[in-house]
Design a protein around this ligand. Structure first.
Ligand SMILES: NC(=O)c1ccc[n+]([C@@H]2O[C@H](COP(=O)([O-])OP(=O)(O)OC[C@H]3O[C@@H](n4cnc5c(N)ncnc54)[C@H](OP(=O)(O)O)[C@@H]3O)[C@@H](O)[C@H]2O)c1
Length: 226
């Protein structure tokens, strides 16, 4: 598949290299290609400059949001939750129309420090906001409930015996995403239902953040026993 990954942070990079390893044609999207490549210091999360990562991942291309989805079969939204609408606007309606959009973002509000709160919850979700803004996109929420390394390499944790949730209105789009999750090594894909169920997946984040603090590591996941 041709996969456009919106986002140059930990998630964008980790998923991009995992998809490339699986043989997919991957392009990462950013606001300003030259600006992103010119960064020399670590980003806010301590990640090495994008150019250093790109050198180690030469098969992954970099493009501006406006160009990244032109021939993509699937678009991954791995941008900051408070900027996801802006990022998708930069991709543009034409770039998203008819495309599966795998939304891994969380609507985290860091304005009052850590742990962040949710900027949307209860009766709405970020995934639904994106779907309303781009009605022709086929938004599927998944992978937002685990850290990037577990998203991309689930077998590295408890031999992959843990759960990933999938939410969306378009059955074929969910099937495409489920196939991609299986390629990554996810064994327990739990379809929660239509896109409104993304509220539940996003509202797991306050719990995820407390587990992160209590366990002292981000290398864990939810396992739904039934
Ligand atoms: N980190 C994790 O392990 C993890 C786990 C689960 C879910 N998530 C979610 O996944 C998403 C990505 O997380 P991350 O830590 O990889 O990266 P991040 O720092 O949250 O987001 C980085 C991306 O957001 C873009 N961005 C920032 N401000 C923007 C703006 N005003 N307009 C357009 N784009 C903007 C950046 O664009 P540029 O490339 O132009 O700088 C960059 O590509 C987040 O929503 C996060 O909550 C993260």
């Amino acid at each position: 598949m041709r996969i456009a990954v919106l986002g140059t942070g930990s998630v964008g990079r980790t998923l991009a290299s995992a998809f490339a390893r699986l043989g997919h044609e991957v392009t990462v999207g950013t606001r300003d290609v030259a600006g992103t490549l010119a960064r020399t210091g670590p980003d806010g999360m301590g990640n090495e400059p994008y150019s250093a990562w790109a050198q180690a991942n030469p098969e992954v291309r970099l493009a501006a949001f406006a160009d990244v989805a032109a021939d993509a079969d699937l678009v991954v939204n791995a941008t900051s939750g408070d900027a996801s609408l802006a990022a998708l606007r930069a991709v543009g309606e034409d770039g998203l129309a008819g495309r599966v959009v795998l939304d891994v973002a969380n609507p985290l509000d860091f304005s009052r420090g850590f742990p962040p709160t949710l900027s949307v919850q209860g009766t709405d979700s970020l995934a639904e906001q994106l779907q309303r803004a781009f009605p022709q996109a086929r938004v599927v929420k998944a992978l937002n409930t685990m850290t990037a390394s577990v998203m991309a390499d689930p077998r590295g944790l408890a031999d992959g015996q843990h759960t990933v949730f999938v939410c969306g209105d378009d059955a074929a789009a969910k099937k495409t995403v489920t196939g991609l999750l299986a390629q990554l090594g996810h064994r327990d894909v739990l379809d929660l239902g239509d896109l409104s169920t993304a509220r539940g997946a996003e509202m797991l984040l306050p719990l995820w953040l407390r587990l992160y603090a209590a366990l002292g590591t981000s290398e864990f996941n939810f396992k739904i026993v039934r």
